[in-house]
Design a protein around this ligand. Structure first.
Ligand code: TRP
Length: 337
């Protein structure tokens, strides 16, 4: 393997990918794969921490997310896409690391804290819905990162506390058992969160405002027609402020060639919102077209998708085997040659 620095990042297979995933993360991964040796983990075990009673959902989305990644330009010839559960070394490391983390530290992890709060809002305040596996998922994520000696971890801001926790685990491991593991650094994605057409600060599946990469014209039409525009504009020829209009925000995000005109006409009251939305539907369909063509190809060639995952998982396993060998040696639990 090349001696380029290695990046490792993961994605939970809990749903198809949407524009927020692309602009917030995957677009950056596609660029990074040319500069770094890239490992992309489909984190099915982590997905199960919240969905252990719904295995079909995770199973189906492993395939969907892989197809989405391939359609967006992750290139299996230069990058490794693999499934977390096919690498038992990750589970082994998780057990070893679990001794190096206190419960109170896990409960103080801001990402875990926020997620527990959301669960309590959903399921009531008993806290009974919080499982051992869920509270411990940062430990498992530390195993994900270190099993592949990921030195850079491209993530969004919400994941920083998990990388910090990984660094703590690695420091502790190395100080007890000797220099063994690579200390990872986060590689913060510069793109801010993608807003929803409904004006929400975030596009998300659970917020019901997601535009999926696989959405057809009918779905796009419905979502765009319902978008929030400048509320002061009542009549078609009222002038309005594009800066507070979600339709304009998306024209800009999708790099409409006609952006200047959209902006000027809106300000001068020369463009009605319906026409502006119709134009956005066209721009969005154009944007999605090549992605959906690739998606269609992979849907017709599922055996190719399987093969990519199989090769990727084999490749990833080789790396993890080297790491676990060193880990066991240094922990003095390597009994037989
Ligand atoms: N927790 C990440 C998320 O929800 C997904 C993930 C799993 C991950 N394993 C990882 C991210 C390892 C970075 C590194 O988005």
């Amino acid at each position: 393997m090349s001696n380029k620095k290695r990046i490792l990042t993961g994605i939970r297979p809990t749903g198809k990918l949407h524009l927020g995933h692309y602009f917030g993360a995957v677009r950056n991964w596609v660029k990074l794969q040319n500069e770094y040796q890239s490992f992309f983990e489909i984190a099915d075990v982590q997905g199960l921490t919240d969905n252990f009673n719904n295995p079909e959902k995770i199973r189906n989305n492993v395939k969907e997310v892989t197809i989405d990644l391939l359609s967006l330009g992750i290139d299996p010839k230069i990058s490794t896409i693999f499934i977390q559960s096919t690498i038992p070394e990750i589970a082994e490391l998780t057990v070893f690391y679990s001794n190096l983390v206190t419960m109170s530290r896990l409960y103080r992890n801001p990402t875990v804290k926020t997620e527990i709060k959301q669960k309590k809002e959903l399921f009531g305040n008993s806290g009974e819905s919080v499982t051992y596996g869920f509270v411990g998922y940062p430990v498992s994520q530390a195993a994900d990162i270190t099993a592949f000696e990921g030195s850079l971890v491209p993530v969004g801001e919400d994941q920083l506390p998990l990388i910090e926790q990984t660094r703590e685990i690695v420091h502790k491991f190395n100080s007890i058992y000797g220099e063994t593991l690579t200390i990872p650094e986060p590689l913060l994605t510069s793109t801010p969160r993608i807003k929803g057409l409904d004006g929400n600060e975030k596009m998300g599946k659970s917020l019901g405002n997601a535009i999926y990469l696989s959405d057809g014209e009918k779905e796009i039409e419905k979502k765009v027609m319902g978008a929030i525009t400048d509320p002061s504009k009542i009549k078609k020829d009222d002038p309005a402020n594009p800066e507070i209009c979600m339709v304009y925000y998306y024209h800009k995000l999708l790099e409409n060639q006609n952006l200047k005109t959209v902006c000027e006409e809106c300000k001068q009251g020369k463009r009605g919102c319906v026409a502006c939305k119709k134009e956005l539907i066209q721009v969005m369909m154009e944007f999605l077209k090549p992605i959906q063509e690739k998606r269609h190809y992979y849907e017709e060639h599922l055996e190719e998708v399987d093969q990519i995952l199989k090769n990727g998982s084999e490749n990833a396993k080789k790396v993890a085997e080297e790491v676990i060998k060193r880990v066991k040696e240094n922990m003095q639990i390597n009994y037989f040659k």
